[in-house]
Design a protein around this ligand. Structure first.
Ligand code: WTA
Length: 630
């Protein structure tokens, strides 16, 4: 095998994989046994394709597993070491967390929140964000977290879709020395949404905000509640959360996850991937607004009673060495971050990591986008000093937990820079062609998942049909992930990026259709087309083309207005890098925008077959737009 990177932790458990391969359902049952159940399930998997229900008949609770299990053994174990951007610190033990979670759970109950009700959470990366998720889980309310970089319009769409009764937010959040006005954004988002009954506002930045009749102050209201609250005994299949994510249509999809199956997947993978030990200090840089934060900041580490560092702010602020200083300050042993962050750190040069003490690190993880082999090697050498395994984990909001990853907590295998290695035990996947036939080793194809797995989404919130169409209609009985991949002759998987119209910009998932609908919603715009092109740091950058309505003339001001419009309707994470005015878009004769063509032109590549193109002049215009940039 062509790899010089056989770095493991000495674990060599061959039984686990063997057990999975013998009977994957029984195997997942044995993993579910590691959780706490109020009542054991009677059926491991009900597979009413394509709907999976895991551990049916079982009763459990996510918050009980994340808190009470550790509080009973080790109440003073540190759960969260929080640091704010300005250097503020807070340490919360498992016992502290349980008290805070119980108070908030009681507060939600007081406001009339019942099992199955939705609660929207729009908070910065502060301990109260973790507390919010667990308080909902404790009483069986379904949490739906919205990343604090989304705009009022995005929040409104999500709150409206989930029909949340209560919103948990803060006055503001901190980012790069600025204050993000979260409460004001919520006020704007929920105007006229009468079903939103209450908003609980955490005073975090102490920026002045206006209080309305719906608002309750966190400190006054929540702190006065009882500090104990029994965890509801919930069905294993009870929904734990909705998390909205971008797809190929204009409207984000509400991915719905259950309880028992999801927790089993997250518990097992967290152990296999990170080899978590009692003495570890874990640091995942993901925001809880994304799935990585749900699974591997909240549920995974807490179910294992781990100690973790949580940080609010930019990893390179106020100095580009911020992250390395934090690792050294807290003796972080496990770091889990993104290729975008690594590319940024790499640009800052080796002196910064070299001049900080990183000797505590023993495991390094990455997630969210393909990692370039040179970045992988830099991570290995400069950050890991040639002694830490690099764990490249592939998964999706929909999969709930990691699906492809080296597993140093389980086995030692040679690592290949740029490959996420092999599927985790109990997960079966293939790389197939357009017709669903397996492609030969080393050939590019589409990644599919062949069998149901415990972390898989239950459905899309309120839309079973869409769930079937998006994931289960391209191939019969196989889950279509939407990613290109290669399986090499050693059965290692190489992920090659999205095969559909989904972008990964700085690790954030955005749909081209979502960006196009945002642009088209502007009064000056008749049509829009969006594509992504490779970007040195962010992975992909957003390129937009706009056809204006008759009579509207293009100018610099309008360009700026349109960029601002996208920021306002989706959020700053969706800011286009380029915006070009054209008079027509390259389309097929049946009217489909040829994004492939836009992308090829933007990258100076051969544009290939254009026989289906409706009007060749559109291509010349796009070419001219790029020529102008050079
Ligand atoms: C991409 C993030 C390559 C992929 C957990 C997937 C990756 C999408 C990797 C899901 C990886 C995630 N290597 N690509 N290790 N991890 N992706 O839902 O395209 O935000 O389909 O979940 O990210 O993004 P999502």
């Amino acid at each position: 095998m062509d790899s010089d990177y056989t770095v493991g932790l000495g674990n060599n458990d061959i039984k686990t994989r063997a057990a999975a391969n013998q009977d994957s359902i029984k195997f997942w049952e044995s993993q579910a046994d590691n959780l706490y159940w109020f009542k054991k399930w009677h059926t491991a998997l009900e597979w009413n394709a394509p709907f999976a229900r895991w551990f049916v008949g079982g009763k459990t609770n996510a918050s009980y597993n994340a808190l009470d299990v550790t509080v009973q053994k080790n109440p003073d174990k540190k759960a969260i070491i929080w640091e704010g951007e300005e250097g503020q610190r807070r340490v919360l033990t498992y016992k502290d967390l349980l008290i805070q979670v119980s108070k908030l759970a009681n507060a939600l109950k007081r406001l009339g929140v019942e099992k199955g009700d939705r609660v929207t959470v729009y908070l910065p990366m502060v301990p109260e964000l973790v507390i919010s998720l667990l308080a909902c889980a404790r009483i069986g309310a379904i949490h739906t977290v919205i990343f604090s970089g989304f705009s009022a319009k995005s929040i409104r769409d999500r709150v409206d879709d989930s029909k949340s009764k209560v919103i948990l937010t803060a006055d503001g959040g901190r980012r790069r020395g600025n204050i993000v006005q979260l409460k004001n954004v919520v006020d704007e988002a929920i105007q006229g949404l009468d079903f939103v009954e209450h908003v609980i506002v955490l005073e975090h930045t102490c920026t002045p905000v206006t209080f309305t009749a719906k608002d309750k102050k966190w400190k006054e209201f929540v702190d006065s509640m009882e500090s104990s609250c029994d965890a509801e005994m919930l069905d294993s299949t009870h929904p734990l959360y909705i998390l909205y994510t971008s797809g190929t249509t204009g409207k984000p999809k509400g991915v719905l996850h259950g309880t028992g199956g999801y927790l089993t997947h997250v518990f097992a993978t967290f152990k296999w991937i990170f080899d978590i030990q009692n003495s570890d200090v874990y640091f995942c840089t993901a925001d809880i607004g994304w799935v990585t934060g749900h699974s591997y900041v909240v549920y995974g580490p807490l179910m294992h009673g781990a100690t973790q560092v949580m940080y609010e702010g930019s990893l390179d602020y106020p100095t580009p060495a911020r992250i390395w200083e934090m690792i050294s300050r807290y003796g972080v042993t496990i770091l889990y971050t993104t290729p975008t962050a690594l590319r940024m750190f790499m640009k800052y040069g080796d002196d910064l990591p070299n001049s900080n003490n990183l000797s505590s690190l023993r495991l390094l993880g990455t997630v969210g986008e393909p990692i370039n082999p040179q970045v992988w090697k830099w991570y290995f050498k400069i950050i890991g000093k040639d002694k830490c395994p690099i764990i490249d984990t592939w998964w999706q909001t929909e999969t709930g937990g990691a699906m492809i990853s080296p597993l140093p907590g389980l086995e030692t295998i040679p690592l290949k820079p740029g490959s996420a290695a092999r599927p985790v035990p109990g997960v079966y996947l293939s790389v197939v062609d357009e017709n669903g036939n397996k492609v030969p080793p080393d050939s590019k194809g589409y990644l599919v998942i062949e069998k149901p797995w415990p972390g898989m989404l239950l459905t899309l919130w309120g839309d079973d049909e869409k769930y079937k169409t998006v994931y289960w209609s391209k191939y019969k009985n196989m889950y279509y992930a939407g990613d290109y991949a290669i399986k090499d002759k050693d059965r290692y998987i190489w992920m090659l990026g999205r095969a559909d119209d989904v972008l990964k910009v700085a690790g954030h998932r955005l749909g081209t259709a979502e960006l196009e609908s945002s642009l088209v919603s502007h009064k000056a715009v008749a049509e829009a087309a969006v594509c992504g092109i490779p970007h040195e740091v962010k992975g992909e950058s957003i390129i937009t083309f706009v056809v204006l309505k008759d009579g509207v003339s293009s100018n610099l001001q309008l360009k700026e207005d349109l960029v601002l419009h996208v920021r306002k309707t989706i959020g700053p994470i969706a800011t286009p890098d380029q915006l070009h005015f054209v008079t027509k878009l390259p389309k097929t004769r049946s009217g489909k925008i040829m994004r492939r063509l836009l992308k090829a032109i933007a990258q100076d590549e051969k544009i290939g077959d254009v026989s289906t193109l409706e009007d060749e002049a559109s291509v010349d215009e796009v070419k001219a737009a790029f020529a102008e940039l050079k």
